[in-house]
Design a protein around this ligand. Structure first.
Ligand code: ATP
Ligand code: MG
Ligand code: FE
Length: 355
């Protein structure tokens, strides 16, 4: 099986070809990601209109590049998978319309894919991870813990009650005058900083509910920054280190609840797995903290390779391939892009269309 994947939900224009080899192993034959960082940097964040136009200009070339790299033609694909949500509507329209046109012209199946399902299934592409597992999804727009029991069997156990974690990183960066995208720059600035200089809050720590909250942390950063202004490079570095320390401790506390719940639900699972996926999963301090938590709780941490943490089309092609093989495909003919599309509302095999 070979699937062409297309991803245009935010500020990356991406195309990829993924296959399952005769021996059953998944393989990425090509994965091209064209970032729009330069287009948006001057504005300190993603500008939807600019993003949509950039996708229109870049997508055909990115698809051609992926096919060339894979050494394959459209005729040799079994299906075309495209992100149909959640995300910025302009980009979603560009990607899904292009995929629909290709599918119609070549007579291939069109598979609308939920972007979050792409993040969620990545460890099956990279590590062949079996179901069930617990997913910590930390990205620009989402912070969730999801119980992943099978394709379309996603149950949300926890989510943020305010900001997403990536958003907290991005806002903190902006407050400190660090360039967009914030996450990697906060991580870089934190290196060598003093994580004990600022006592930032650990929101919801110790509470029985399993959810997350990050807006209080951002407010505390704002207060510290305005009290110290103008900030020296050392101040910025110390704030970032203290922020990251607060984030890792908060995550460990919050995620621990759900690890316990997972263990109770699957008492005979001898090697339960926690997957961390999404753009923020690229953060080294967070990976280290989760590794420690998992060791402590008898879990195995499965983290996506760095190039597959952020947005890419390999994960979309893979989610499409898994859906194709399982025979669980959203009704493509009438499928309209969905700017909001919770993961637990994807089509599932037992319960039919979760529209
Ligand atoms: P979603 O997947 O929720 O729709 P998105 O696709 O925009 O949102 P991703 O591309 O998965 O999000 O992740 C981007 C986010 O990851 C940004 O908020 C970015 O700052 C953050 N990020 C990237 N690298 C790092 C890092 N090293 N440390 C912390 N955050 C990071
Ligand atoms: Mg992005
Ligand atoms: Fe994403």
């Amino acid at each position: 099986t070979r699937v062409l994947g297309i991803e245009t939900s935010c500020d990356e224009t991406a195309a990829a070809v993924v296959t399952r080899n005769a021996d059953g192993r998944p393989q990425i034959l090509a994965s091209i990601v064209l970032s729009q960082i330069e287009e948006h940097a001057a504005f300190g964040g993603v500008v939807p209109e600019i993003a949509a136009r950039a996708h229109v200009e870049a997508l055909d070339g990115v698809i051609e590049a992926a096919l060339r790299k894979a050494g394959l033609t459209l005729k040799e694909m079994d299906a075309i998978a495209a992100t149909a949500g959640p995300g910025l509507i302009g980009g979603l329209i560009v990607g899904l319309t292009t995929a629909r046109a290709i599918a119609a012209a070549t007579g291939k199946a069109l598979i609308p894919v939920n972007h979050l399902e792409g993040h969620a299934l990545t460890p099956r592409l990279t590590d062949g991870l079996p179901f069930p597992y617990l997913l910590l999804l930390v990205s620009g727009g989402h912070t969730q813990i999801v119980h992943v029991a099978g394709i379309g069997h996603y149950q949300r156990w926890a989510s943020t009650i305010d900001d997403a974690l990536g958003e907290a990183f991005d806002k903190t960066a902006k407050l400190l005058g660090l360039p967009y995208p914030g996450g990697p720059n906060v991580e870089k600035a934190a290196q060598g900083g003093d994580p004990r200089r600022f006592a930032f809050p650990r929101p919801l720590r110790g509470e029985a509910r399993p959810d997350f909250s990050f807006s209080g942390l951002k407010t505390a950063v704002r207060r510290a920054a305005s009290e110290l202004a103008p900030l020296s490079p050392k101040d910025v570095s110390d704030i970032c280190a203290s922020f990251q320390k607060a984030v890792t401790e908060t995550l460990a506390d919050r995620v621990a609840r759900s690890l316990e719940r997972f263990r109770t639900l699957h008492p005979s699972d001898s090697e339960p797995a926690l997957v961390v996926a999404g753009g923020v999963a690229a953060n080294g301090a967070i990976r280290a903290a989760l590794e420690e938590l998992c060791t402590d709780k008898g879990f195995r941490l499965v983290a996506a390779p760095l190039e597959l943490c952020g947005d890419n089309a390999a994960m979309i092609a893979w989610a499409g391939l898994e859906r194709l093989e399982a025979g669980i495909v959203e009704d493509a003919a009438s499928f309209a892009p969905r700017p909001r599309w919770p993961l637990d509302k994807t089509t599932s095999p037992l319960f039919g269309g979760g529209k």
